[in-house]
Unconditional design. Structure first.
Length: 122
């Protein structure tokens, strides 16, 4: 495999370590343009998107993964391959999609990262 392969919830990138799966939610959040270069603070909240992130197209360009996003007009992410290589990956045969908590607490935050829903018990 020499090309980036798109799926419903993520994409598979041919890295030096082998074909590696990345979820769209994580990729959109990992975009360097979403982080202030000086303070390292987030300037964009992926949870603020009206729809879950999904790629229209993606390809490798020099030392970066370039992703064109479907729901965001003219938004293109350039994610350095070093970010992808250093991230703990999921092997291609074991794709997992993080759940987005919509029903229980109304947020668009990934509950697998929070480890618990934000909804307070009655």
């Amino acid at each position: 495999m020499t090309e980036v392969s798109l799926s419903k919830s993520g994409l598979t990138v041919p890295l030096s370590s082998g074909n590696t799966y990345f979820n769209y939610y994580w990729l959109r959040d990992a975009c360097p343009s979403c982080i202030d270069g000086q303070t390292r603070e987030r300037t964009f909240d992926v949870a603020s998107l009206p729809e879950l992130p999904c790629a229209r197209a993606a390809h490798l360009e020099e030392d970066a993964l370039v992703i064109e996003w479907q729901a965001e007009e003219s938004k293109v992410s350039h994610i350095p391959l070093t970010v992808l290589v250093l991230r703990p990956s999921i092997s291609v045969g074991a794709q997992r999609t993080p759940r987005v908590c919509r029903e229980s607490c109304g947020t668009r935050t990934m509950c697998r990262i929070l480890l618990a829903c934000r909804k307070k018990p009655p």
